[in-house]
Write a protein of this length. Structure first.
Length: 131
């Protein structure tokens, strides 16, 4: 897939975003939010979250992760199931400051056995969406 910063101006194209991509099983996500002290608004969805993720919580809940390349491309492999794919900011200047990672938001995705799922994700005004 690809992570892009979505432009709100029709004459300016979307641009690749360097980010930390995290995949969490859907049934574990409420526990993750509880552990980081985030109160999820029932009608708010997952697109705009905004919380810090420490390395200990990451290790406990994150099924797979990667960073995007300079073109915004990413690839993760997970077993069949339902997941939240989350976009987090990282310190790209040093690459040493992975944690705490600031999770902007997530999108829901389901994977099927033996099938590749390609998901392009967009960040605009602090909200994560997919196409």
């Amino acid at each position: 897939g690809r992570v892009m910063s979505k432009s709100d101006v029709s004459t300016i194209p979307d641009s690749p975003l360097q980010a930390f991509v995290l995949v969490v099983q859907t049934d574990k996500f409420d526990s993750l939010l509880e552990e980081v002290g985030f109160k999820q608004a029932s009608e708010g969805g997952f697109g705009r979250l905004g919380f810090s993720l420490e390395e200990s919580v990451f290790e406990k809940y994150v099924e797979a992760s990667t960073t995007t390349n300079q073109d915004g491309d990413y690839e993760v492999q997970v077993p069949r199931g339902s997941y939240l794919l989350c976009i987090a900011n990282i310190d790209l200047a040093t690459r040493s400051g992975m944690f705490p990672a600031f999770v902007e938001g997530c999108v829901e995705v389901s994977t099927k056995e033996g099938r590749q799922t390609i998901l392009d994700v967009f960040l605009q005004f602090g909200r994560v969406t997919s196409q």
